[in-house]
Design a protein around this ligand. Sequence first.
Ligand code: CU
Length: 166
Amino acid sequence: MKIYLSLLTLAFSITSFAFMSGIDPSRDTQGEIDIIGATIPLAPPSASVNAGYVKFTNTSDKDVEFHSFTSPVYDSVEMHVMEFNSGTAKMKQAKMILVPANDSIELKPGGTHLMLIGPRRDIKAGEQILMIAQDSLERRFMLKFNVVDFRESKVNDQNDHGHHNH
Ligand SMILES: [Cu+2]
C-alpha cells in the first residue's frame, strides 16, 4: 500500500500540469469531466498487457457512465475492477465505469483500472498515449496518458545513451 501511494504521488506530480484539457471539442462536453493524472507506468518491452490510471472528476449534476475505451496504440482496452474474496484479489472485467454527479472516481493500482491489451508498437517513457472514452450518451472524451518510468534506473540511463537520434 505504501508503494502504491508513493507511485500515485509521483504520478500526480509529473502529470498534473499536462491535464488541463482532454475533451474532444467536437462534442459538447467541455468542462463536464476533469481528467487528472492520466498515467501509464512503463512496462517491460515484452509485456503484452499494461494498466492505465486516471482520476475522473464529474463537475456536472448528471452521472457519467463510461462504456468503452479505445486507443490506437492497443488492440483493446478493458475496464477492470478488483474483487476481493477471502483474502485474495482478482481482476474482473466491468461493463462500465460510473463517475457520479459532482463526484470523483480514481483508477489506481490495486483498484479499478484500465487494462491495456496488445500494444501495437514499442512504448517509450515520456510519450503520450491517446485514448478515447465513450459514455452512455455516445459522447467521446479524448484522454492523453503520460507514460512514466517509475523504475528511475541509472543502469537504464546508461543503456539509453547514444539513442537520442530521433
Ligand atoms: Cu486488469
